[in-house]
Design a protein around this ligand. Structure first.
Ligand code: AMP
Ligand code: ZN
Length: 115
């Protein structure tokens, strides 16, 4: 069983503020938001980073992006705009080695935030 923090959140062993979950993809609010809306979209399958994806993951990778689209709509940032960021490897700032897409948006509604 994976000991990584995101696997523990997915298994419910540590709390997460979920905005979406199904058997393949989950999304929860980042604990330290860098934007007014900052959600992490995460495959249930433990894959460390883009470096470790395989052709077997092709469908799952497509599904992740479709979920980003749906979750952005659900959170009300689809039309105002958002960023999708994936950090890969330590020098790129990856801290949690379970692949995740940062979905960042909502700046227009929060004047104090800079893009
Ligand atoms: P990265 O630097 O791309 O690996 O991003 C990891 C992200 O996970 C950071 O933005 C952290 O704030 C976030 N994070 C770490 N621990 C938790 C947690 N327990 N719940 C939600 N987000 C977390
Ligand atoms: Zn994991």
């Amino acid at each position: 069983m994976e000991e990584c923090i995101f696997c523990k959140i997915i298994r419910g062993e540590i709390p997460g503020k979920f905005v979406y979950r199904d058997t393949q993809v989950v999304a929860f609010h980042d604990i330290s938001p860098k934007a007014p809306v900052h959600v992490l979209v995460v495959p249930v399958k433990h894959i460390e980073s883009v470096r470790e994806i395989t052709p077997e993951d092709q469908e799952l990778m497509g599904l992740l992006m479709l979920k980003v689209k749906d979750i952005a709509k659900k959170l009300g940032i689809a039309l105002s705009g958002y960023k999708v960021v994936v950090n890969n490897g330590e020098s790129a700032g990856q801290l949690v080695f379970h692949l995740h897409l940062h979905l960042l948006g909502g700046w227009k509604k929060s004047p104090g935030w800079e893009v």
